[in-house]
Write a protein that binds this ligand. Structure first.
Ligand SMILES: C[S@@+](CC[C@H](N)C(=O)[O-])C[C@H]1O[C@@H](n2cnc3c(N)ncnc32)[C@H](O)[C@@H]1O
Length: 328
């Protein structure tokens, strides 16, 4: 019989096992796309925008060969899309950084690795990675004291543990103070560290994290930890059967890379800047070029989804320019 006390763990350890353990959710053959849609799956316009971002960096660096590192690459969908959308004359060295195994049939140009290569010149891009980096959950008790939340693996039941202490307490104080009984926070320290490590692999170019995000002053009072399975939001139970995710304190991640100028904006703004607009084609085109009209209409619908308020358009984009001039 299982020792019942062993079933209760902090959320960080529980999520680590549930997502990335030997039988973990992200090791499953269907991959993330089997359970939820990211911007990458929503439309090829997203990969085309990343290709334009990459081309812009190549121009700034005045090089014709550039690296693209996709951290948390899923099944390599974004890299595949970018390779299909590259402008003439730009040579890209693509790396997929992933916990899961390389999928069969992937473009052989894509190198599959467990860690980002060090010292790259180019673009490091992480779409919906940091929300899956396991973090402790804290909850303020009846006296307003933040305590670690412990979770039972089998059913997701929770109870409060020790008071949050040390570096975790300092993180909460700086980034996500809790005071009222029942308020909750995800302690983003492991995300800050993961982002600092990844961004540190860029010797020259750009590091970009794109995710569900919040910033100090507008944190969700009860946190955002939740689950996804089969396209639906479900209770967060750390039993390996579902995705477990929590929005990212992207302002804290930004501060973890102090040497590189940071810009924090939203996907709507960034994609517009990269030429993804939601404008419908003129009706007159329907008469002169019906097929062109229909495909422009479909693209406008996809662009609208990628930039929608209350949806993907609200995603945070954190950009660090490394060794590039301050403009641009
Ligand atoms: C939500 S999925 C996003 C997939 C893809 N970027 C997209 O936008 O469709 C998160 C991915 O990050 C991967 N991942 C999480 N932590 C990782 C780590 N430390 N190193 C490499 N991959 C990781 C997971 O296995 C999963 O495939």
């Amino acid at each position: 019989m299982t020792d019942v006390t062993d079933e209760w763990r902090g959320w960080r350890e529980a999520v680590q096992a549930a997502l990335y353990g030997d039988e973990g959710f992200y090791r499953r053959p269907e991959g993330p796309a089997g359970h939820f849609r990211t911007s990458v799956h929503a439309s090829p316009l997203f990969a085309a925008a990343v290709a334009r971002l990459l081309a812009g960096i190549a121009r700034e660096l005045d090089t014709g060969t550039i690296a693209l590192v996709d951290v948390g690459a899923g099944r390599g969908e974004l890299l595949t899309g970018v390779l299909a959308a590259l402008p003439e004359g730009l040579e890209v060295v693509p790396y997929a950084v992933e916990v899961a195994a390389r999928p069969p049939g992937l473009d052989p140009r894509i190198e599959w690795c467990a860690e980002p290569p060090a010292g790259i010149t180019g673009l490091l891009f992480a779409n919906e990675w940091l929300d899956n980096v396991p973090a402790e959950v804290a909850e303020a008790d009846a006296d307003g004291v933040p305590r670690y939340v412990r979770v039972r693996t089998s059913d997701g039941a929770e109870r409060l543990g020790d008071p949050v202490a040390g570096a975790d307490a300092a993180w909460l104080e700086r980034w996500w103070p809790l005071s009222e009984p029942g308020e909750r926070a995800e302690i983003g320290r492991p995300r800050d560290a993961a982002w600092a490590r990844a961004a540190g692999c860029v010797a020259a170019g750009l590091a970009v994290a794109v995710d569900y995000a919040h910033v100090r002053g507008a944190r969700p009072p009860f946190g955002t930890l939740t689950g996804f399975r089969g396209g639906r939001e479900v209770r967060p139970v750390p039993d390996g059967s579902r995705d477990l995710t929590a929005h990212v304190a992207l302002d804290a991640c930004a501060a973890a890379v102090p040497y590189a100028r940071a810009e924090l904006t939203d996907q709507r703004t960034m994609l517009r800047r990269l030429g993804v607009g939601g404008d419908r084609p003129p009706l007159s085109l329907a008469a002169t070029d019906p097929a062109g009209y229909l495909s422009a209409l479909a693209a406008a619908g996809e662009a609208a989804e990628l930039t929608a308020r209350g949806g993907l358009g609200d995603f945070g984009w954190l950009l660090h320019r490394v060794g590039l001039p301050d403009h641009g």
